[in-house]
Write a protein that binds this ligand. Structure first.
Ligand SMILES: NC(=O)c1ccc[n+]([C@@H]2O[C@H](COP(=O)([O-])OP(=O)(O)OC[C@H]3O[C@@H](n4cnc5c(N)ncnc54)[C@H](O)[C@@H]3O)[C@@H](O)[C@H]2O)c1
Length: 605
């Protein structure tokens, strides 16, 4: 294991570092050449949080450079893209964001930044700004508005001033000095700082699908794992061995040629080429650094970005990925590495499984749900218009690197998705784990890395144990469906809409968990008390236990449950808890209709 990955604070040892006030976003605003990017990078490094330049998110999302957007679509289109990028960034936590000089022109942007973050204005005199901008290699091209500097300056200064929580004068100062001032300002602003997170050790869990040692792989869980990811990849013996054998399947002697492409041009060492698959947001937050790291470890890196939302988890994106791989001459000795949530992992895994009959696959999950669930167990799939995850296969990664520090930037709504699954694991595992969650609610909600390392690795261990007995859902793996039969039905009847008019997966699963406990109680599988305890736990984690504010018809839910793709030969199998640690599988048709009706009415009203 890579010692470098155990401590992400190495680079800031000895430096003084406050915490970001209440986990907020730190926005840097200011005129062109005020140093937002260079100071932002430094600040992020000092605070050990990711840095995102909002212009990067705009260009990676649009697939066009900023000057091209101005030229081809006009300033209005750019401003719209900028506002939607800022909105996405405003939902994050613990991240430093450099904004474009004109971001403050929109009242909506100004209000959004003030409300969701700590806004730092890097003030620079006009003459110095122009001098700095002209000093940097003929940058007029990438600064389409430079010519109008004086006019813009007059308009923007009052807007920076009215938006900022903190103003830092940058005149004649180097970025390091400005960064120190910003840090001091943060300290004054947030007096509640109490040192930094304590990092636990990395925990490694081995997954051995159906007990087949030849297919086993490691899931690393820790804080700072990502900082050593390239090094870990280069050092991974499993990856070396397995990618070599994948590159030369029985009956073939060479790594194979891409369809219509050139012969492989990698250095010849297995895994020396990496295709990074991500979405633009995660790429800006963590992927860029990973790419730099991989390059300095000697890897050649290719990058495939796609929207990364559920609507893009389909065969069209898969085809685009195949085109990309084939056009770039990717063969079986190239590692496909996904970094992102479950959508990115599922799609990347499906592509890795099917392209050239399988290429080495490595996962870097960055959502709680992906770390404890989606990245472990080998299910990879994309959606079909008729059903979610309809097209897929079983394909295990060769290595999973889960860095709990990446969870600090997750929007609350996304973090909650994973918390529902964590409660599910606890009910499968037993009293100990339920108590562990009940006893660390504050730390869980504060995303304390030590607590998360402990809980994420416990969840991974549970999934690893289940997958080692039943990879393909015929036996104990059905326990993982606890809460999901109703959860999927609720998502289905509300049209898989996460926000308005629908329920997110995690919220639906939380309601499903509470309902499963109620069914157990009403069918005499367990005594009264379990559902109240689980309800209390879910609610304290911020999860719903009934459908509020949505009209959902009970019969529609029952029909949706009967259509669940996990039904076998027409029978729906429900995982029901007797008590934490003891689950039973029951046929839906064996549950008395009055129990189904009454318990459903309770959670649907
Ligand atoms: N393969 C499996 O066994 C399995 C299991 C469960 C779920 N899934 C699949 O997982 C998907 C849901 O995954 P999800 O809940 O991870 O959501 P997601 O992949 O849709 O990601 C949610 C959002 O979070 C953003 N994001 C990711 N990491 C971030 C970070 N560290 N900081 C800030 N933002 C970040 C992403 O850009 C995205 O906008 C579904 O498609 C589901 O079918 C698969």
């Amino acid at each position: 294991m890579n010692a470098r990955s155990t401590n992400s604070n190495e680079n800031v040892k000895g430096s003084w570092c406050p915490r970001i006030p209440s986990g907020k976003v730190i926005y840097l605003i200011g005129f062109m050449a005020s140093g937002k990017t260079s100071v932002g990078r430094m600040l992020a490094e000092r605070l050990s949080v990711p840095f995102v330049d909002s212009d990067d998110l705009v260009r990676f999302s649009a697939g066009l450079d900023i000057p091209q957007i101005f030229k081809e679509r006009g300033e209005k289109a750019f401003r719209d893209l900028e506002s939607s990028a800022l909105y996405r960034l405003s939902r994050l936590r613990n991240v430093v964001v450099a904004t474009g000089g004109g971001a403050v022109l929109s009242e909506k942007n100004r209000a959004l930044m003030k409300e969701t973050g700590f806004v730092v204005w890097l003030d620079v005199p006009l003459e110095e700004a122009v001098r700095r901008a002209e000093g940097g290699l003929a940058r007029t091209d990438s600064r389409p508005l430079l010519g109008k500097a004086a006019d813009l300056y007059g308009i923007r200064i009052p807007l920076y001033s009215s938006t900022a929580h903190l103003k830092v004068d940058t005149a004649g100062k180097l970025p390091g000095a400005v960064c120190d001032e910003v840090l001091r300002g943060i300290e004054l602003y947030a007096r509640s700082m109490t040192g930094r997170w304590e990092h636990g050790q990395i925990s490694a869990v081995t997954v051995t699908p159906e007990g087949d040692a030849a297919r086993s792989y490691e899931v690393m869980v820790g804080a700072g794992v990502l900082k050593g990811a390239a090094n870990t990849l280069a050092a991974s013996r499993t990856l070396q061995k397995r990618s070599e054998s994948q590159a030369r399947p029985p009956g073939e002697t060479a790594a194979g040629k891409p369809p219509g492409g050139r012969a492989e041009t990698s250095t010849g060492r297995s895994g020396k080429r990496v295709v990074l698959v991500s979405d633009p947001l995660v790429y800006c937050l963590y992927g860029k650094d990973l790419e730099d790291q991989l390059q300095s470890e000697g890897f050649t890196v290719l990058r495939f970005l796609f929207a990364g939302d559920e609507a893009s988890k389909n065969m069209r994106t898969v085809e685009e990925a195949y085109d990309f791989l084939a056009q770039n001459g990717v063969t079986r000795d190239t590692v496909l590495m996904s970094i992102g949530g479950g959508v990115v992992g599922d799609l990347a895994g499906f592509v890795a499984a099917t392209y050239m009959r399988g290429i080495p696959f490595v996962q870097v999950p960055t959502t709680l749900l992906a770390q404890i669930d989606a990245s472990v167990g080998g299910k990879v799939a994309v959606d079909h218009p008729l059903a979610k995850n309809l097209i897929g296969t079983f394909y295990h990664p060769l290595l999973v690197m889960a860095d709990v520090e990446t969870l600090s930037s997750l929007p609350d709504s996304e973090y909650r998705q994973g918390l529902a699954e964590m409660v599910k694991y606890a009910l499968i595992e037993g009293e100990d784990m339920v108590l562990a969650i009940e006893g660390s609610l504050k730390d869980i909600l504060a995303r304390n890395p030590s607590t998360l390392i402990e809980l994420v690795s416990r969840c991974v261990k549970i999934k690893a144990k289940i997958v080692s007995q039943d990879e393909r859902d015929y036996g104990v793996r059905q326990f993982l469906n606890l809460g999901h039969t109703l959860g999927h039905a609720l998502e289905s009847v509300t049209g898989y809409k996460k926000g308005d008019g629908g329920l997110s997966h995690g919220d639906a699963v939380a309601i499903g968990l509470h309902w499963a406990c109620r069914v157990s109680e009403e069918s005499g599988l367990t005594g009264r008390g379990l559902s109240a305890r689980v309800k209390n736990l879910l609610e304290r984690l911020g999860l719903p236990t009934r459908v509020d504010a949505l009209e959902i018809d009970r019969d529609a839910v029952l029909s949706a449950m009967r259509l669940d793709k996990k039904a076998r030969a027409g029978s729906i199998r429900l995982a029901l808890p007797r008590h934490p640690g003891r689950l039973e599988i029951r046929e839906l048709q064996d549950i008395p209709q009055n129990v189904l009706n009454e318990t459903l009415d309770e959670v649907l009203s």
